[in-house]
Design a protein around this ligand. Sequence first.
Ligand SMILES: [Zn+2]
Length: 220
Amino acid sequence: MQKLKENKSCLLLFSGGIDSTVLLYHLLHEGYEVIPLTVNFNGRNYKELEAVKRILKLIGISNFLEIDLPFIKEFVSLKEEFLKNYDGKFLNVKGYYIPLRNMIFVSIAAYFAEIYSIPKIFSGHTAEDVNKLPDVNIKFVNAINEALYEGSYAGKILGLKYEMPFLKLSKLDIARLAVKYSVPLKYTWSCYNSFEEHCEFCDGCKNRNLFFYFASKINK
Ligand SMILES: [Zn+2]
């Protein structure tokens, strides 16, 4: 009997930032056929999407999914809109968090996984995100996988699983991987502003610079 070829295709939630780009290189190194999925939510920095396209072109991946979700916004934009248009209580969450982001994005990825028989969905969250975001932790991942098993053909037939392979990795660990795989870090985008270059002052840039510092130490 001919042995069935192992299905190494996967979907990657890909933002064009450092973590998801390092994960893209890691998955390719592990032999995966990666189909990146990027989401254009309302207010997304267009520089991120430019980074996505630049990196994929460099690697030679032309098969990627670009999903427009114009009704999805980060809390910073929602608050402004809410205060202008509605009475009542606004859940006061600070920053660039998108409500139920991973549940929504993974569900969309699972939709395509079921159609195209793709058994894995990955996202590049790291240990640093665990305390910052409510949907980055192993219990959430397990709950999603249970829902995928109970609620989809892909879960039962393909064993579709969602994974965060970097969940226990620190910024330094990611920097090590970036150096190992020669990830073109300059092509990624981290800034919350959309100037031509990184602003160097926002939290995204501060984290980026710290990451580059780690990576430069590893190079030596
Ligand atoms: Zn910045």
